[in-house]
Design a protein around this ligand. Sequence first.
Ligand code: C2E
Ligand code: CA
Ligand code: CA
Ligand code: CA
Length: 279
Amino acid sequence: GRKEGKNRFKFYSSDLGIQNYKDYIIRTQLHHAIENNELKVYYQPMVNLKDNKVLAAEALIRWEHPEWGTISPGEFIPLAEENGLIIDIGKWILREVCYNYSQWIQKGLPDIKVSVNFSSVQFLEKNFVDNIIDIINEFNVNPNFLIMEVTESVIVEKNRKCILALKKLRSFGIQVAIDDFGKSFSSLAYLNSVNIDMIKIDKFFIKNCLTNKTTNVIIGAVIDAAKKLNINIVPEGIETWEQLYYLRDLNCYAGQGYLYSKPVPLEDFEKILAKGKCK
Ligand code: C2E
Ligand code: CA
Ligand code: CA
Ligand code: CA
């Protein structure tokens, strides 16, 4: 009855905890987020570590909920993967990115690459590859601008369908990056056998590279091997000058992190792009 309705929030927040209440909100409202225009793309620059030039941007989704404020992807992407909404969300963000990129070109801003995160669940969609190609063609942009970020799980599961999909996308012109490298300990030799363009070293390793001897050795070896295999290596989560100097010394070409910029809304990113540089 009326009394129950009034106490609903109290029930969820005290008995199930605020996190469960939030999960409940996410589960029941996420499918409206696209149609209500509540999803936003933020961009974080990927920078040349030598001269601070912006080389690329990673597109990172945000949900601007009318009551809850900004909900981070870490909170709603796992639920979207569970209920399949990630398929629509993935198409939405790819369209946004293609549109924004086409505008940058029209405005004469630097022609950078843009990387988009793809969940392994998206690969299960029927016609996954064709749908991506259709979206890119819809905006009449060169597929070369796009970097597809996938985690090791996509290729490590010895999933022949995924590997075939990546192969087709690469022959169309899209670049493939392995995200969060190091979390699942797949070997570089294996990664090389599936043909990828970029490896993003997980921020955990960058956080510990100066204090943990093992991490230090692993990073050095990975950067060395990637160079020999002609794979671009991009450390994520660079937060301090010490980390930057360390990575520069290893001749690491590009990187990403709060030291340069947090992920920012489109308007702010365009200002960074107009300068062409971070710092
Ligand atoms: P990710 O792909 O590993 O993205 C990098 C995350 O690290 C981002 O968190 C970014 O804001 C954060 N980050 C960047 N620089 C630093 C730094 O210097 N220090 C620290 N501590 N963190 C840094 P965010 O934006 O919250 O995204 C979390 C995850 O959500 C992403 O991790 C990605 O797996 C997923 N995600 C985001 N957008 C999308 C999307 O459009 N589609 C899919 N499938 N997943 C997405
Ligand atoms: Ca990523
Ligand atoms: Ca990721
Ligand atoms: Ca990552």
